[in-house]
Ligand binder design. Structure first.
Ligand code: 1CP
Length: 341
């Protein structure tokens, strides 16, 4: 039987148990993943639909989580539009032709998702037609987060080149935003057509901006992407790290769910007047503590969420050092404890 608990929670409903998934549930904490990584890089894996589907389904089988998240990266749609990108071990995405001038932006191509990324959609089809009995979460990076890699050329601490383009050449900035909004909509629409039934937009680094700047430079593009997904009757989660100061602004973007990191509690978000579904928000570092500490903190979050419009997750991705048995035990704890509420 199909377990749609996470979709109902995303729509704000009361559910029989609190649904759980973990950001980076496919990744270096898993022996199965590490074995595959000895042979192939992330980009090589994503080009093999059977292998991608196998890795994506593994945490559902091993931990009993309520959703799968497609194994790929936020940079996956960039190569087809002309970005020379690799994922460097221990670093992250590195871009060899950063986008910094008007010419660079104009050179960016158009994404034809089913043609350019057919392997992504094949993996989704294998998963949703054959393998999964839980929703598949499709995703993209938000325009600011993706633009930060494109402009900086890789991971950044202060995003100074990105902010320089934004503040000093808003015309060029909005041209780039239009391009990324259009690419994201095409990309997400194709993921939904292939079978994804929930979408998460990762604005991981959006918290680098203050509320007024986010509102002016980013919110219009985010609203367009969110509206395009919602028009396809699929719930949308917006998530960022260190973005508590933007919670009230992000609440107005129109997503179904707000993903919280560990800095703001569910109770604090409710006190701010946020009524939509919430996702989160155990500090991922806690998973390296004693089980008694994890148990106490997780139960508190489950109680705050009260099995109503709440999706349990970490405040950011699983660290590679985490014991997979802890994720299994935690999923079980959230399920049982929430049933008792
Ligand atoms: C497992 C993995 C991924 N990407 C990278 C890794 C680790 C390295 C590897 O195994 O090759 C490099 C990889 N890719 C990226 C980074 C971050 C680099 C940085 O600090 O800027 C790294 C190490 C960029 C990236 N990539 C992603 C984000 C948004 C979420 C977040 O904030 O973590 C971001 C910012 C999304 C992402 N990336 C991935 C997934 C699917 C797996 C899952 O969640 O279970 C997802 C959802 C897959």
């Amino acid at each position: 039987m199909f377990n749609d608990t996470l979709i109902r929670a995303a729509r704000g409903e009361k559910t029989e148990h609190t649904p759980v998934w973990f950001m980076r549930q496919v990744g270096r904490s898993q022996p199965e993943y590490n074995k595959v990584k000895e042979k192939y890089s992330l980009i090589e894996i994503t080009k093999q639909p059977e292998l991608t589907a196998y890795l994506t389904a593994t945490p559902v089988d091993n931990y009993n989580v309520d959703a799968a998240v497609l194994y790929k990266d936020i940079i996956t749609p960039l190569a087809p539009i002309g970005i020379d990108v690799e994922i460097k071990a221990g670093v992250g995405p590195v871009i060899h032709n950063p986008v910094r001038t008007e010419q660079d932006v104009e050179k960016l191509g158009e994404l034809d998702p089913f043609k350019d990324l057919d392997y992504v959609y094949k993996a989704i089809q294998i998963l949703t037609q054959e393998k999964l009995n839980v929703p598949l979460i499709g995703f993209c990076g938000a325009p600011f987060t993706v633009a930060s890699y494109m402009i900086e050329g890789g991971p950044s601490k202060n995003y100074h080149r990105t902010k320089t383009m934004m503040y000093s050449n808003p015309k060029l900035w909005f041209k780039l935003m239009d391009k990324l909004v259009e690419t994201s909509i095409a990309y997400l629409t194709a993921q939904i057509k292939a079978g994804a039934s929930v979408i998460q937009i990762f604005d991981s680094w959006g918290g680098a901006l203050n509320e007024a700047d986010y509102n002016f430079y980013l919110a219009p593009g985010m609203k367009k992407i969110i509206n395009a997904v919602k028009a396809q009757n699929v719930p949308v989660i917006v998530f960022g790290i260190g973005a508590s100061h933007l919670a009230a602004e992000w609440d107005k973007l129109g997503s179904d769910v707000l993903g919280l990191d560990w800095r703001m509690s569910i109770t604090q978000a409710r006190e701010l007047g946020i009524t939509k579904a919430l996702q989160g928000n155990l500090d991922p570092a806690l998973l390296l503590s004693d089980w008694s500490v994890i148990e106490e903190r997780a139960k508190k979050i489950v109680e705050e969420g009260n099995r109503t419009g709440h999706i349990f997750n970490l405040g950011h991705g699983v660290f590679p050092e985490v014991d997979p048995d802890v994720l299994k035990r935690l999923t079980e704890l959230v399920h049982t404890h929430s049933k008792g509420l």
